[in-house]
Design a protein around this ligand. Structure first.
Ligand code: HC0
Ligand code: SF4
Length: 572
């Protein structure tokens, strides 16, 4: 341990702690535009300077040492920070009023806190065209402040390295290899770079107007579905608590926006368990193509396509739940309701930006119709609700439409890392045991450890070895351990985003000043597990609407029709 003084307060910290972290421990806030806990530890922005003796030093990279005397808020410090903020503003494209990050921009907040009323220096902005060719992500380098967070998360956490530094001096910028558009790079569309960007240099490709157009088109039946994780994120956009569960209010809001039906992707998560569980049992009994890998996360699917194409056969052939629901809506539901599928427009509200890319994939269509017509992020949905002037916090709670809105606790937990595995285990075990189980919570697959292993003795005497990874760096570790022969598994769940969909690239961006105190991944996951606990049915195969769908339409899980509509093959 080392002992130091910060602003006259004595503090003891472990050796290796930075001054910025030591200050945080005693409630002293030091601003920074580049440092981000667990993600980025550079000292590029210089906003975090503190005074140590006669010198001004960047506290995010300054190690606390014994007897150090630090001052964080002297006039000299404040003036130095003001100058840095002024300089950053001087070559930043200041479109604050029309920027998607207006009022949730770390640079704007700092400028306000440091009482900056004029931009004193008129700097030059390095000209750069907006890159909007990706289906998921838009980059505007003229707003980039070169903090390096996006590069860190992409390289260190996701191990994708789609973006890096290029150029020198004034021309230094974030770029893809050979300056190709992001959509032509090895980017997997996870959107984690958006989540760490302090300003508006990165955002999702917006589809809001497409959805308004469909709603206003009298010839279209516009059907919406919401992913599990949206219900524990959306409220944050309306200043409700982080992770607060707003399922019922979300459904009311969607009806007020003009959607004809409000269905739940959780229903399709239950359907996925029926299909993927059957696929797992078949592969285990035949001993072929094991391990079975989940295929519901489009960021992960793209990652394996780019990096481990030789393992593509291991991916489950199941489409992801929202795609399955789109396929069921445009076939069975259209038929029952007597609607021409061409006149149905399906919108998925997702906590994810990769789902936008997924929705456009050729593999995910049926008879020339895409399963999904538009994907909106949680943030875009919030935008539409604001545009309609809906007082979200005051909305009455409403229920999803049935039958495609009926779901179980197993479907809800899909949104947290380990949730798909847990939902699958609940069903697979019970189907084999041919009896109802009381204990259905599998603690071993829950939580935020990067790689979680679980072994389950099945009723038929076989042992099922499962592994769960979240964040693509962890996925890489798992795949490499299989390739080297060090590990062997039967079932693998992978989600591209750390924490799973609750922390997807389309979720609300937690304000910087809250991020150190609240881990949104944890709180939002808690919200999903509490919804699971509160639901009367918690196992996918017990969902009455799922049972009816098989009886009336699909036949058997993995049967002919199910294969045609609900399964696919990735062949990149
Ligand atoms: Fe997910 Fe999904 S759980 S990927 O994280 O499987 O986005 O929430 O909607 O489709 O259900 C995201 C979340 C989904 C799908 C489901 C799966
Ligand atoms: Fe990297 Fe993901 Fe951003 Fe693509 S979306 S640049 S993979 S962090």
């Amino acid at each position: 341990m080392v002992s130091l003084t910060i602003d006259g307060i004595k503090v003891e910290v472990e050796k290796g702690t930075t001054v910025l972290e030591a200050a945080k421990k005693i409630g002293i806030k030091i601003p920074s535009l580049c440092y981000l806990k667990d993600i980025n530890k550079p000292s590029s922005c210089r906003v975090c300077v503190v005074e140590v003796g006669p010198r001004l030093l960047a506290s995010c990279s300054l190690e606390a040492t014994e007897g150090m005397d630090v001052k964080t808020n002297t006039r000299k410090v404040r003036e130095a920070r003001k100058t840095v903020i002024q300089l950053t503003l001087s070559n930043h494209k200041r479109e604050c009023l029309s920027c998607g990050r207006n009022i949730n921009c770390e640079l704007q907040t700092l400028a306000e806190e440091y009482n900056i009323r004029d931009v004193e220096y008129e700097g030059e902005i390095a000209a750069s065209a907006i890159d909007d060719l990706s289906a998921s992500i838009v980059r505007d380098n003229e707003k980039c402040i070169a903090c390096g967070r996006c590069i860190s998360v992409c390289s260190n956490i996701q191990t994708v390295s789609a973006i890096g530094w290029s150029g020198r001096g004034f021309e230094t910028r974030v770029s893809t290899p050979y300056e190709r558009p992001l959509g032509e790079s090895n980017c997997v569309n996870c959107g984690q770079c958006i989540m760490v960007c302090p300003v508006g240099a990165l955002h999702e490709k917006e589809n809001i107007q497409d959805v308004w157009n469909a709603i206003d088109d009298e010839n279209k039946v516009v059907i919406v579905q919401t992913a599990p994780a949206v219900r524990v994120g959306l409220g944050e956009e309306f200043d409700l608590g982080v992770g607060e569960r707003v399922t019922g209010k979300m459904v009311s809001a969607l009806r007020r926006l003009g959607f004809d039906n409000v269905f739940d992707t959780d229903f399709a998560a239950d359907l996925t368990i029926m299909e993927e569980g059957t696929e797992l049992l078949t592969r285990v009994s035949k001993g072929e193509k094991l391990p079975l890998m989940t295929s519901c996360c489009p960021g992960w699917v793209k990652f394996i396509e780019h990096n481990y194409p030789e393992m593509l056969d291991h991916l489950s052939t199941c489409k992801s739940p929202h795609q399955m629901l789109g396929a069921v809506i445009k076939s069975h539901y259209a038929n029952v309701m007597g609607i021409d599928p061409k006149n149905i427009y399906v919108v998925s509200i997702m906590p994810c930006v990769a789902k936008k890319f997924e929705g456009e994939r050729e593999e995910l269509s049926n008879e020339g119709l895409q399963d999904i017509d538009a994907v909106l992020t949680t943030r875009e949905l919030a935008q539409m609700i604001k545009e309609m002037g809906i007082n979200f916090a005051k909305l009455e709670e409403e229920e999803f439409d049935h039958p495609l809105g009926e779901s179980t606790g197993a479907g809800v937990i899909f949104g947290a890392t380990g949730g798909v595995a847990e939902a699958a285990l609940r069903t697979v075990y019970e189907v084999l045991a041919e009896k109802d189980l009381e204990q259905i919570e599998y603690e071993a697959v829950r939580g935020l450890e990067g790689v979680k292993e679980a072994s389950l003795e099945l009723p038929n005497g076989q042992t099922l070895n499962a592994v769960i990874a979240h964040g693509l760096g962890n996925a890489r570790k798992v795949l490499d351990s299989i390739k080297s022969g060090e590990k062997s598994y039967d079932f693998i769940e992978i989600m591209a985003c750390p924490g799973g969909c609750v922390n997807g690239g389309g979720q609300p961006i937690i304000k910087a000043h809250l991020r150190d105190d609240v881990d949104a991944k944890v709180v939002r996951a808690k919200g999903l597990y509490s919804e699971d606990k509160a639901l009367p049915i918690r196992k996918s195969h017990k969902n009455p609407s799922i049972q009816k769908l098989y009886k009336d339409f699909l036949g058997e899980p993995n049967g002919h029709l199910a294969h045609e509509l609900l399964h696919t093959h990735y062949v990149k």
